[in-house]
Structures are given as structure tokens and as C-alpha cells.
Design a protein around this ligand. Structure first.
Ligand SMILES: [Zn+2]
Ligand SMILES: [Zn+2]
Length: 259
């Protein structure tokens, strides 16, 4: 069995084909998925999916790429994450690739999420792009990691260097790989995935984006996460059932899910 640790199945292009998407999950033995929140206005539809389906979990947070959206407060995130199906805070983090200019608001928003994670004990889902130094610095300053009394979380859709991975691992974080790792051009990332211990690894689709080989270019969906596991098994020269079981156990351990 496999778990998709990060997807956006509340987005209309996926939500409108939910029956087919759930059937594909079952066919490919993808037993659970975490539907990740990107802003507060759309949070109700994320929560609704988690309430409707026992094997779908959800998070609450505001993505760093969302500019014109209500800013969350620590109190709000704490209150919204009180629901038993809300197992994480995020996605949050920094993205200097998509946006330019004074991004102090992004850093402040990130700090708010880390404070909410510490207060609730729910792990963080961190997105970082072209901003790894500031991301790691703020994680340290706010005590996001288990080394400073936080509960850590996951560096999702990881595309950074091994050095950044190691800094996050040192803080107790897991590293999650998406379909990007299966791309022919992703040689450096494949070397990182080879070095990250399986005991600290998660797999994800980040669907509807980034479909893994052999579906590259098509719309992605949680059922395709098995292809990420297959690629990692090959890369690490490990039996596929071992990668499937360990990444599944890692998900349950990190998010304290009893399934
Ligand atoms: Zn992301
Ligand atoms: Zn995402």
C-alpha cells in the first residue's frame, strides 16, 4: 500500500472527477491521501472531503504564493486545526521563484504557521522554492524542529540540495519526493533521494501538478504516487514492498494517524 502525502484533490479539475480518482487510488493500492489546504476561503471544501471520506485527511494553511487572500492568525490556524481530520499545518513556507519584490509578508506568514504548529503539536507541511536559506533560518529561529521543542513536519515536493535536506533532517523533518524525481533531467535530485534515509522519506503527487513518468504531462492524481515509490525503489536498489511499507509507516508516525 501507498500513501499520497500531498495532493490538492479539492481543486475543481480533480474534484469534478472524484469517483474515477478514488477508483484509480484503489486500483493502484493507494490507501490514503492528505489533501493540503492553500488558503482560508477554500479551506471548507478541503475539510468537506476529509469529512466525507475516511481515508482522506486534510491540513489547514495559506500557501506562500497566494497574495490577495486573507492573512491567517495563529489563533485562527489553531482553532481550525482542532478538527480530528486536520492532521497538519500548511502548506506554508517561502517561494521567491514565483513572486518578486518585498516578500516580508511571506516570511511573517510562515512564522505564523510555525507558531501554530508549536501550539497545536501538529506537524508542518513546508513548501520552499528558490528560498532555502531563509526557509531554514526561519525554521530555526521559530523552533520548528524537534531539536527546539517543535514537532517538525515535512519538506514537501523537495527539489533542493542535499545540504538543505540534511539541515531539515537535523531538525527532525521528513523529506517528501514528488513526480519530479522521476524526470530524466532530475539527476541532482535523484542523487539527493538516494542519500536521504528511507526512514525519513515520504512520497507525494502534489496533484494536479507534476505527474510522474510514465504519465508526465498529463493531469496528476493521487493514484499515480505508486510510480514515485517504484522509481525510488529502483534508485535505492530496494524491494518495492519495503519502500511502500516504510513510506506508509513514516506517514502514520509523522502525522500520528491511526488507520
Ligand atoms: Zn507546494
Ligand atoms: Zn501543494
Amino acid at each position: 500500500m501507498y500513501i499520497d502525502s500531498h495532493c490538492h484533490i479539492d481543486f475543481p479539475e480533480l474534484a469534478e472527477r472524484m469517483p474515477a480518482l478514488l477508483a484509480k487510488m484503489a486500483e493502484n493500492k493507494v490507501t490514503h491521501a492528505l489533501c493540503v489546504s492553500v488558503d482560508l476561503p477554500d479551506f471548507p471544501r478541503v475539510l468537506a472531503l476529509a469529512e466525507q471520506y475516511p481515508h482522506i485527511y486534510a491540513s489547514v494553511g495559506v500557501h506562500p504564493d497566494y497574495v490577495d487572500t486573507p492573512e491567517p492568525s495563529v489563533e485562527q490556524l489553531v482553532a481550525l486545526s482542532g478538527h480530528p481530520k486536520i492532521i497538519a499545518i500548511g502548506e506554508t513556507g517561502l517561494d521567491y521563484f514565483r513572486l518578486e519584490g518585498d516578500l516580508e509578508w511571506q516570511r511573517e506568514r510562515f512564522r505564523v504557521h510555525i507558531r501554530a504548529s508549536r501550539e497545536t503539536g501538529k506537524p508542518l507541511i513546508i513548501h520552499t522554492r528558490s528560498a532555502s536559506a531563509d526557509t531554514i533560518r526561519i525554521m530555526q529561529e521559530e523552533g520548528a524542529g524537534t531539536d527546539k521543542g517543535g514537532v517538525a513536519g515535512v519538506m514537501h515536493c523537495f527539489t533542493e540540495s542535499l545540504e538543505v535536506a540534511e539541515a531539515a533532517l537535523d531538525m527532525g523533518f521528513y523529506i517528501s519526493f514528488s513526480g519530479i524525481v522521476t524526470f530524466k533531467s532530475a539527476k541532482e535530485l535523484q542523487a539527493v533521494a538516494k542519500a536521504v534515509p528511507l526512514e525519513r522519506m515520504l512520497i507525494e503527487t502534489d496533484s494536479p501538478y507534476l505527474a510522474p513518468v510514465p504519465h508526465r504531462g498529463k493531469m496528476n492524481e493521487p493514484g499515480f504516487v505508486c510510480h514515485v515509490a517504484e522509481f525510488i525503489a529502483n534508485l535505492k536498489d530496494l524491494p518495492l514492498p519495503q519502500v511502500a511499507k516504510q513510506t506508509t509507516d513514516n506517514f502514520f508516525n509523522l502525522f500520528k494517524v491511526v488507520a
